[in-house]
Design a protein around this ligand. Structure first.
Ligand code: NAP
Length: 236
């Protein structure tokens, strides 16, 4: 399996969970070389690759390296992403472009790079990590919500196009998960988010990782074009 953003909280948990389930793991990092090194040490036989998902040649190089090492990529997980809190009126054009390039175009580029080999084999699984905010919209995160909604549209359309080739495409849209991505939220903000969650707690990266393993394996064999939202019951 090949996952982008393995150096982050959710990506690291997904990489570890897939390794525990017996998969070969190739994962990417961009700035987090130390986190990538730690993850590589924690997962025997894993491959850590530099990749900027906004850059098609960087994506191709990482996909080629993983394919060369393991012979094929049977599961692609598009997990790399950024989030920013901004009033809509303060979002600059450059910030909009950075968000769309990373969180949406990044999925497009990795799918473009991996799909030819999956189509040739007539099998494969793609899992795109969106967000609950891509389903509901979030105040002060219009560019993030728009990008993550785009990921859901990409997932549904690609699933229809790739189904006849034996390739399943699904989306995980997590609720609030305890990672560095939420480090800028105050403890009051986090308490408010917990209060909005019927289960009364923030999710763990492992909860998302177990959902991904479920979707990738035989248990997900008849599931495609779907959005699964591990979110503690947050009403959408
Ligand atoms: P995180 O810990 O901040 O990790 C983000 C990851 O994305 C890092 O590995 C980072 O790489 C990578 N990344 C960022 N920009 C990149 C780029 N241009 N090219 C390649 N990699 C890039 O955040 P996380 O919480 O694990 O988020 C993972 C995914 O889950 C994201 O798509 C996020 O939107 C989604 N999500 C998170 C939550 C949440 O509450 N945490 C909820 C819903 C959805 P480096 O660190 O190496 O630069």
């Amino acid at each position: 399996m090949f996952i982008t953003g393995g150096s982050g909280g959710i990506g690291g948990a997904i990489a570890r969970e897939f390794s525990a389930a017996g998969w070969n793991v190739a994962f990417t990092y961009k700035t987090g070389s130390e986190a990538a090194q730690n993850l590589r040490n924690a997962i025997p036989g894993s491959l850590a690759l530099y990749c900027d998902v906004t850059d098609s040649s960087s994506v191709s190089a990482a996909v080629d390296a993983a394919t060369g090492r393991y012979g094929k990529i049977d599961v692609l997980i598009n997990n790399a992403g950024i989030a920013r809190q901004r009033l809509f009126t303060d979002i600059t054009e450059a910030e909009w472009d950075e968000m769309i390039d990373t969180d949406l175009k990044g999925c497009f580029l990795t799918c473009k790079a991996v799909l030819p080999q999956m189509i040739k084999r007539k099998s494969g699984v793609i899992i795109n990590i969106s967000s609950i905010w891509g389903l509901t919209g979030a105040s002060c995160e219009v560019h993030y919500s728009a990008a993550k909604s785009g990921v859901i549209g990409l997932t549904k359309a690609l699933a229809k196009e790739m189904g006849p080739s034996g390739i399943r495409v699904n989306c995980i849209a997590p609720g609030v998960i305890d990672t560095a991505m939420n480090a800028d939220f105050s403890s009051d903000d986090m308490d408010a988010l917990k209060d909005d969650t019927p289960l009364g707690c923030i999710g763990t990266p492992e909860a998302v990782a177990k959902t991904a393993v479920f979707l990738a394996g035989d248990s997900g064999a008849f599931i495609t074009g779907q959005v699964i939202s591990p979110n503690g019951g947050m009403v959408i």
